[in-house]
Design a protein around this ligand. Structure first.
Ligand SMILES: Nc1ncnc2c1ncn2[C@@H]1O[C@H](COP(=O)(O)OP(=O)(O)O)[C@@H](O)[C@H]1O
Ligand SMILES: [Mg+2]
Length: 163
């Protein structure tokens, strides 16, 4: 009889009481990212998606003062970090998934992508992505739910213990 593969999804729920905590989480995740990876950032406007991406990109580029504008108008900004090139997308204004091709999506997937408003990806949503869902919890508090990347999230569990 063929062995059935049981799908177990890891979910890590973290409380991020301040922006600094969000930045520390992003910094902890940055070294885990390599070519082909996708990080999907979910949550309402102002939830902290761009703040998280900014901290992650600053760590990846080893430049604490790196300019990281929200890509809400350009839709994508690219950063050549030493280990991997990262493409930061904000798809809020995307005109349908077919418009993604014009934004170099296929090529970008060979590098790493950070995507705000990933629901806009439709069928192109990567199945093997790490999803980071932000929910508001008070003025500076956020709750994040990380899903995907099962074994790779071990380092993040360390982060939780050290909080
Ligand atoms: N714990 C926190 N995590 C992330 N952002 C926070 C936090 N507390 C306060 N903020 C603030 O919330 C805002 C989040 O904005 P932004 O990252 O642009 O949101 P989004 O990209 O999800 O629309 C920023 O002004 C940031 O300083
Ligand atoms: Mg944003």
């Amino acid at each position: 009889m063929r062995r059935m593969r049981v799908w177990t999804e890891t979910r890590v729920v973290l409380a991020l009481p301040t922006l600094a905590a969000t930045e520390r989480l992003a910094a902890a995740l940055a070294p885990l990212i390599g070519p082909g990876d996708a990080i999907l950032l979910e949550g309402v406007l102002g939830a902290g998606k761009t703040a998280f991406a900014r901290a992650l990109l600053r760590t990846a580029c080893a430049d604490a003062a790196l300019e990281v504008p929200s890509p809400s108008f350009t839709l994508v900004q690219t950063y050549a970090a030493p280990g991997v090139t990262l493409h930061h997308y904000d798809l809020w204004r995307l005109d349908g998934p077919s418009a993604l091709a014009e934004l170099g999506w296929e090529e970008a997937r060979r590098d790493a992508v950070l995507v705000e408003w990933p629901d806009r990806l439709g069928m192109l949503r990567p199945a093997d992505a790490l999803t980071v869902h932000f929910a508001l919890a008070g003025e500076t508090g956020r709750l994040v739910v990380l899903s995907g990347w099962e074994t790779r999230l071990r380092g993040v569990k360390e982060f939780e213990r050290n909080q």
